[in-house]
Design a protein around this ligand. Structure first.
Ligand code: HDD
Length: 693
């Protein structure tokens, strides 16, 4: 065997035989070194390929089988590793290991996703975002499989296949991909009043997050915490983004999807790459049976929230994503979450949506990953206690069995240990997981409880909690979506439901469609006016953060742009915690005022202003005169203004702003004032730039 200098360390730390200065030897999957990876084996130089060519056959054979079924929902996703840190012990409320000690860290893997689109669809349609967190706790994996919306469409899991069939592309035509603006979705929604509250959230800015880092997350269901004495406390989980809440304008969303379908995946990758780690605080709403019974809604109903003003969110931890997967398929595609994966100290409630979920995920993972041993995939493996065995039981065999259990103990009880053999693991009545012994009674019935009957009060609460700018976005989104519905009776049925939410909303939608308002649909419970909840707002809400931290400034420049101004601007953006990218008609070498040549970060056509959070225009007059005739440059500025972004400019750029129709306001400033102006959007500008319903 050659000495160690002939060995080279591979990706996973293993060593390989070195073939030249930099590369290990290429082999077949069965370890046979390959002499030629460029040509098939032929009879003669130009002869037929030979069947015996194992190198070629194995390579193509594997390639042909490299795709696995995509997730039936949430197919398009992006994941990252990180950690959860307990910042406030909850040991009095739960025995769950990860909440015992302040400062205690637990590894996590998080996957963000859209719902309706396929794995290859766009990152930012109007859609819910999955927010699935796998905690590798020392007492097993806990999967908190949530969304960025605190409620769900339906109350009972049995309707889930119908909902998804209606939302996804239509069965006879195979479109639209990743969009709800179509007949079957709104047909289903209009016939299921329980979906009305969620429809409001779907039409709001919540489904247009700027980045995964700027959206909230929710566990949605009521769960239970169970402490060491077996006492249960109801709990709802919230993820509050450190970067604040930020969404895009619908026109901007549509354009980003075209300019960069991977926008949010790229954003996560680049944030982590530059050490700008996305972070959330974990908040809990804790309550007991008495509180639950005193509310005008049922806490087991997943279409209802508990307003934060009614029951404050208590911050107990933080989540930091600080490592991108090494391999997208091995980790992000193969990761498997199950809401049924809970750990001692956490338990389910009787929420029929949650209960139904407890079966589905395990079932779908076997279909998707092709084996009952999917828990052995590294990304899904429990980590266990330090050095301890992550899991131990008598389950054996099955496809792709990677374990090597020793001995004969594949059954329990057994007495093999009495013969000095391996007896295998035994249950732990003291510390093992125990289901909370809730009292259950009643007949076996297929029934929806009366307490689930109010489908409009919280939809009204949401609407009346919104900032006027958000109300305009919601009404306009209904108009946009229903305009794409070809079935007139579906539009009318939807508006009939909206009349129960808010008459003004319904009127705005009807006017936007140039249709008469139908009679309101019947309601199965009185619609009550709840106290508005400002916590629900994105625009001018408690989580709207005026900052440049984690945000991107685009600087449009061209020949002769002032080098000193450029440096000052970049330094100021950096000091404010933002990052700047220089954008020019040609990337290779931009001659600046001091004779230096700048390599621009991006080319004007490839980095439209929809891909940045704030815009600066730094131009010499001569170059500006040319760009005034360049549509992409005019559009760059016009979109920045139309999407309510801050625009900083030097005097030389004024002609381009004029051509783009930019009007003076607080968000259009000279460069010296730009960094401060760039920390937010200018919502009051919107009525000047577009007609909203
Ligand atoms: Fe689900 C995947 C979230 C209702 C059945 N769901 C899935 C994922 C998320 C959610 C984030 C992707 C996980 C990943 O990244 O791999 N789902 C939710 C939330 C729901 C919800 C927050 C309502 C509160 N889901 C729901 C119901 C059912 C399912 C009612 C079925 C009864 N969900 C599934 C699934 C998926 C899934 C079909 C598809 C891929 C997977 O499980 O792993 O089992």
């Amino acid at each position: 065997m050659s000495d160690s200098t002939d060995r080279i360390t591979g990706h996973g730390g293993e060593t390989h035989q070195r073939t030249d200065a930099d590369h290990p030897v290429l082999t077949t999957n069965h370890g046979v070194p390959v002499s030629d990876n460029q040509n098939q084996l032929k009879a003669g130089q130009r002869g037929p390929v030979l069947l015996e060519d194992e190198v070629y056959r194995e390579k193509i054979n594997h390639f042909d089988h490299e795709r696995i079924p995509e997730r039936i929902v949430h197919a398009r996703g992006t994941g990252a590793h990180g950690y959860f840190e307990c910042t406030q012990s909850l040991s009095d409320i739960t025995r769950a290991d990860l909440f015992q000690k302040k400062g205690q860290r637990t590894d996590v893997f998080v996957r963000f996703s859209t719902v309706a689109g396929g794995a290859g669809s766009v990152d930012n349609p109007r859609d819910v975002r999955g927010f699935a967190v796998k905690f590798y706790t020392r007492e097993g994996n806990w999967d908190l499989v949530g969304n960025n919306i605190p409620i769900f469409f339906i109350q009972d899991a049995i309707k889930f296949p119908d909902l998804i069939h209606a939302a996804k592309m239509e069965a006879d035509r195979g479109y639209p991909q990743a969009a709800t603006a179509h007949d079957t979705f709104w047909d289903f929604i209009s016939l299921m009043p329980e979906t009305t509250h969620m429809a409001m959230w779907i039409m709001s800015d919540r489904t247009l997050p700027r980045s995964f880092a700027t959206m909230e997350g929710f566990g949605i269901h009521t769960f239970r915490f169970v402490n060491g004495e077996g006492k249960s406390t109801f709990v709802k989980f919230h993820w509050k983004p450190k970067a604040g809440l930020a969404s895009t304008i619908w026109d901007e969303t549509v354009k980003v999807a075209g300019a960069d379908p991977d926008f949010q995946r790229r954003d996560l990758f680049e944030r982590i790459g530059r050490g700008d780690f996305p972070e959330w605080e974990l908040g809990v709403q804790l309550f007991d049976e008495e509180f639950a019974n005193s509310q005008p809604y049922d806490v087991l109903d997943a279409t209802k929230i508990i307003p934060e003003e009614v029951l404050p969110v208590r911050i107990v931890g933080k989540l930091v994503l600080d490592r991108y997967p090494d391999n997208f398929f091995a980790e992000t595609e193969q990761v498997a979450f199950c809401p049924s994966h809970i750990v001692p100290g956490i338990d389910h409630s009787n929420d029929p949506l949650l209960q139904g979920r407890l079966f589905s995920y395990q079932d779908t993972q076997i279909k998707r990953l092709g084996t009952t041993n999917w828990h052995q995939l590294p990304i899904n493996q429990a980590k266990g206690r330090e050095g301890g065995c992550p899991y131990l039981n008598m389950q054996r065999d099955g496809h792709m069995q990677m374990q090597l259990p020793k001995g004969r103990a594949n059954y329990e009880p057994n007495s093999l240990h009495l013969a000095g053999e391996i007896g295998g693991p035994r249950e732990d009545p003291e510390n093992g997981f125990k289901t909370f012994p809730s009292e259950e009674q009643g007949q076996k019935l297929r029934i929806r409880p009366e307490s689930f009957a109010d489908h409009y009060s919280q939809a009204r609460l949401f609407w009346r909690s919104m900032d006027p700018a958000e109300q305009a976005h919601i009404a306009s989104a209904f108009v946009f979506e229903l305009s794409k519905v070809s079935l007139e009776h579906v539009r009318l049925a939807t508006m009939a439901n909206l009349r129960n939410v808010d008459e003004a909303l319904a009127k705005r939608v009807a006017d936007g469609l140039a249709m008469d308002l139908p009679d309101a649909s019947p309601t199965s419970a009185p619609v009550i006016d709840m106290e508005p909840s400002p916590a629900l707002r994105v625009v001018r809400g408690p989580l709207e953060k005026h900052t440049l931290e984690g945000r991107t400034v685009g600087i449009l420049l061209a020949d002769g742009s002032d080098a000193g101004d450029l440096q000052k601007l970049r330094d100021a953006v950096k000091k404010a915690g933002g990052r700047s990218i220089t954008i020019a008609p040609k990337v290779g070498a931009v001659p600046l005022s001091d004779g230096t040549k700048l390599k621009a970060d991006a080319q004007l056509f490839g980095q439209p202003s929809v891909t940045v959070d704030a815009c600066a225009v730094l131009l010499a007059e001569e170059a500006c005169a040319k760009l005034v005739k360049e549509g992409a440059a005019v559009q760059w500025v016009m979109d920045a203004f139309g999407h309510l972004k801050a625009i900083g400019h030097n005097p030389g750029a004024q002609a381009l702003l004029d051509k783009a129709g930019v009007e003076p306001d607080d968000g259009v400033v000279e460069l010296g004032a730009f960094v401060k102006a760039a920390t937010k959007r200018y919502w009051d500008r919107e009525p000047k730039v577009r007609t909203l319903a």
